[in-house]
Design a protein around this ligand. Structure first.
Ligand SMILES: [Zn+2]
Length: 342
């Protein structure tokens, strides 16, 4: 990648001209499993829809970083006593066979090769699955199997189109060090970049300045350009009380955060965070291939618990529910300009 990718996650109906004004030239866009019944069988409506949306992004002069299908997802649902519990839903069809089996990885490699073929000229960079060192995204796969899935996906994509820029994203959990060692430890690694997601001050302890040392550390460790596949700071939500934090309740249970930073989870705090993070990114420009903000717009409902008044997944946007810029929009615009200019 010769140029810096500055991107975001966004819904298909986003205002692309406003996104471009913010300095966003890329979108992170998920693709559903294309085949339900059998490999190379009938193509699913959800996949077709995602392809149509990708073509629309490109027509709006926003480039597409594809996200290949992941093995499933865990969401929080109340059990009989009302306590939130993580419930896993498989996303791969039954013909993949047993999770972690040879057949399972062969099928994934074939599906990814097909995706690269079918989306040639539309998708030029890929994120393989999502945060696979985290149980909520890896489900039954252990860390070694998670790595096998990433490598199978990369081999499929690169075999079909060697020009693609491919890599995985870790969720920034301590377990991710296993992935870095396994995935980048060999000279013939098919991966072009090392991706990382991190939410200092919201999901993790810390401040935006930490991005500088994080990027430098991963670049030194893997020898690859770094892509920040997700970064951001929620603009709403109170901090849990000391008692609530001690009890370790899920955020969605009390609709509050375990962590905060600086001015707190407010629109101004979010703008301040964006400014600080862009400064950190700019200091590591030579090691960076791209940064993808999470996310372009606020959301009506929390995807983890389904509630509209839960801050956990609803107030991460640069624009609000009406599509109007929040203070973070302007901080982003300025930061992106500086990062690109360098
Ligand atoms: Zn929630």
């Amino acid at each position: 990648m010769a140029t810096m990718m500055i991107g975001a996650s966004a819904f298909a109906n986003a205002d692309v001209s406003l996104m471009r004004q913010a300095g966003i030239g890329w979108v992170r866009h998920g693709f559903a499993m294309p085949f339900a019944d059998r490999l190379y069988g009938e193509v699913s409506d959800r996949y077709r829809q995602a392809k149509t949306e990708a073509e629309a992004w490109l027509a709006g002069r926003i480039e597409v970083m594809g996200v290949s299908p992941g093995p499933g997802i865990g969401t929080y649902r109340p059990d009989e006593s009302g306590r939130m519990k993580l419930v896993w839903r498989d996303a791969f069809p039954s013909w993949f066979g047993e999770p972690g089996s040879d057949q399972y990885f062969r099928c994934y490699q074939a599906v990814c090769a097909w995706l690269a073929q079918d989306l040639r000229g539309i998708v030029s960079a890929w994120q393989i699955a999502n945060e696979l060192e985290i149980r909520q995204f890896a489900g039954p796969l252990n860390l070694r199997q998670a790595c096998e899935l990433i490598l199978a996906g990369a081999r499929g994509l690169k075999a079909a189109d060697p020009s693609l820029f491919v890599g995985p994203n870790s969720g920034g959990a301590p377990e991710a060090y296993y992935l870095y060692g396994r995935l980048y430890g060999e000279a013939d690694s098919p991966l072009d970049y090392c991706g990382v997601d991190q939410y200092y001050g919201t999901w993790q302890r810390g401040s935006p300045e930490l991005w500088a040392e994080r990027v430098a550390e991963l670049h030194a460790l893997t020898g690859k350009p770094i892509v920040v596949n997700e970064w951001g700071f929620s603009s709403a939500g109170e901090l849990m009380s000391a008692d609530e934090r001690r009890m370790g309740v899920p955020n969605c249970q009390v609709r509050k955060w375990h962590r905060t930073w600086g001015p707190g989870h407010t629109p101004e705090g979010q703008a301040e965070f964006v400014r600080g993070a862009f400064e950190a990114f700019a200091s590591q420009r030579d090691a960076l291939a791209g940064v993808f903000f999470y996310r372009w717009e606020d959301q009506e409902r929390c995807w983890q618990c389904g509630s509209s008044d839960c801050p956990v997944e609803t107030r991460w946007g640069l624009v609000d529910l009406e599509g109007k810029p929040k203070p973070s929009f302007y901080a982003f615009q300025e930061g992106a300009r500086k990062l690109l200019r360098g």
